[in-house]
Design a protein around this ligand. Sequence first.
Ligand SMILES: CC[C@H](C(=O)O)C(=O)SCCNC(=O)CCNC(=O)[C@H](O)C(C)(C)COP(=O)(O)OP(=O)(O)OC[C@H]1O[C@@H](n2cnc3c(N)ncnc32)[C@H](O)[C@@H]1OP(=O)(O)O
Ligand SMILES: [Co+2]
Length: 135
Amino acid sequence: MKIKRLAHIGVAVGSVDEAAKVYTSMLPLELTSTEPVGELVTGFIPVGETNIELVQSTTDDGVIAKYVAKKGEGVHHLAFEVDDIVAAIAELKAKGVPLTSDEPRPGAHGAKVVFLHPKATHGVLIELCQYPQDH
Ligand SMILES: CC[C@H](C(=O)O)C(=O)SCCNC(=O)CCNC(=O)[C@H](O)C(C)(C)COP(=O)(O)OP(=O)(O)OC[C@H]1O[C@@H](n2cnc3c(N)ncnc32)[C@H](O)[C@@H]1OP(=O)(O)O
Ligand SMILES: [Co+2]
């Protein structure tokens, strides 16, 4: 697989709109997109070549709700953009790396995503994402 860049740093929050103020009022950054993805709402704040991805749950269950309830708000995952996520999954499975799914799942901005389980990554949830050609 080829890692193209650090696509975003995922931050679990209770409210994208509230948390965004840290970056848009305290800091001179902009919330350029807010997008629903399943039971989540994501908010993207570009910083140079990468982004802050604020992630909020719209339900009381699910991954982000569980994380915030258990650990509070904060940095949640690192996302690396790859050129071919299907090949990346096959490569990681061949290495015995535990993934959260065997197939790519839908992500924000039309991405296909998969996650490496933090138990195998020294505690860092790592997302791999592949964007459409025109992204
Ligand atoms: C996809 C849309 C968007 C995008 O970029 O396009 C996103 O990024 S959405 C981000 C939210 N979605 C996900 O995170 C999907 C992948 N995550 C999962 O499948 C789960 O969160 C999983 C499997 C990592 C943990 O789920 P589980 O039900 O096992 O939760 P536990 O609380 O029991 O956790 C088990 C174990 O893992 C540790 N943990 C959980 N989350 C994280 C994390 N973000 N970073 C580091 N470690 C994490 C948790 O502390 C537990 O460890 P333990 O030592 O047992 O306490
Ligand atoms: Co993400």
